[in-house]
Design a binder for this molecule. Structure first.
Ligand SMILES: [Mg+2]
Length: 370
């Protein structure tokens, strides 16, 4: 069984409400979908998401597609999917960086390999340890009363009891006040965390984190720009509230340096930024070996990409901060015939074959860019 063809689709999927980050507000999320076919007619599918073109990271959807079509596809054609580590090693020798493109192609190869064996993809990574994982929700209306109302409603539905607030945009003092009001309203029943998405300088981080820590906030994500490892290390030693690296924690090399210099005491995993599932497991091993807490992060993938991340995260022994795999709940529509299940504050890990999602080809066609 050999890989016969690779097709890459750029898809724009509308969200149910604007989703505000420091660098971009998502109203339509651009995702990239790959389809691999083998010479026996089987299909393997995968997805990575991007945020705001080039505003969140260096991998744009257009670059992901062109780099796969031009440079990666010729390397994978004719190869046996079950040898995905060997294939990706060969890709790494010819293609530098391009982690999102590598993650996309590797996941499609793994989906194909698992489907050929008629097993869930997590079985190729030692099997799942967890059948479900805690899942955070992001409160992002920007209005304190609305956010409190939404949090209470989701607590009542037993959908989420971890809430993240994106506070990189606007006046830091007002944002801190907003977070603390939400924490006093629902903090007894829920854990409140914040994500600054690199927006503060160290002075701002010092007074804002002091206030957040005193107010009982349970984690502060990427307060400083990715380059400021020394500043992150100072914040980590200064405060007892956990400081998480996200945009700074991509590859195994990045995470080793973060662990070595304690530039954060926890990291957010993302399959796309590490360059694939195998690499994400290696990143998790570095964190485990150095005592960094883990968080199962998202780039806000739809159901297919969420299933890929969820299956991989389910094979990790401990995710101290749970996951934020809420992506499918933010979209108006779905590219798969089945969907992800959320219950009892957790995401249920989809079972196979492959990553367990069946692509809705009509929907894919409808949302694919011309
Ligand atoms: Mg983040």
């Amino acid at each position: 069984m050999k890989i016969h063809s690779v097709d890459v689709f750029i898809v724009d999927l509308p969200t149910v409400r604007p989703h505000q980050l420091a660098m971009h507000t998502i109203v339509t999320q651009t995702i990239v979908v790959a389809r691999l076919k083998d010479d026996e007619g089987r299909e393997g599918w995968s997805e990575v998401a991007t945020i705001g073109g080039a505003s969140y990271g260096e991998s744009t959807p257009e670059a992901i597609k062109v780099n796969i079509d031009r440079y990666i596809t010729p390397i994978v054609i004719g190869k046996e999917p079950v040898h995905f580590d060997k294939i990706m090693y060969e890709v790494s020798k010819h293609v530098r960086g391009n982690y999102f493109a590598k993650a996309l192609i590797e996941a499609a190869i793994i989906d194909l390999a698992a489907r050929a064996k008629e097993v869930p993809a997590y079985e190729l990574f030692g099997g799942k340890i967890h059948s479900s994982l805690p899942v955070a929700w992001t409160l992002a209306s920007g209005d304190t009363e609305k956010d409190i109302e939404e949090a209470k409603e989701l607590l009542g539905q037993r959908r989420h009891n971890i809430f993240k607030l994106k506070i990189g945009k606007g006046d830091p003092n007002k944002n801190v006040e907003h977070v603390l009001k939400i924490n006093s309203a629902v903090g007894n029943e829920a854990r409140i965390t914040v994500d600054v998405n690199q927006a503060w300088d160290e002075d701002t981080a010092n007074y804002c984190i002091a206030a957040l820590q005193d107010g009982g906030i349970s984690m502060v994500e990427q307060p400083l720009p990715t380059w400021n490892h020394e500043g992150m290390a100072r914040l980590t030693s200064r405060f007892r509230v956990p400081i998480m690296a996200d945009e700074a924690a991509n590859t195994v090399q990045d995470v080793f340096q973060i662990a070595k210099h304690r530039a954060g005491n926890s990291i957010a995993l993302k399959v796309c930024k590490a360059g694939g599932l195998t690499q994400t497991k290696k990143v998790a091993a570095i964190a485990e070996g150095s005592g960094l807490g883990l968080y199962g992060g998202t780039m806000i993938e739809s159901s297919l990409g969420t299933a890929i991340c969820a299956q991989l995260y389910s094979t990790l022994p401990e995710l101290k901060f749970g996951t934020e795999l809420f992506g499918p709940l933010l979209f108006k529509d779905n590219l798969t015939l089945n969907n992800i299940t959320y219950e009892n504050f957790e995401i249920v890990i989809p079972d196979g074959p492959g990553f367990g999602m069946e692509v809705d080809k009509e929907k894919l066609k409808h949302y694919t860019r011309e």
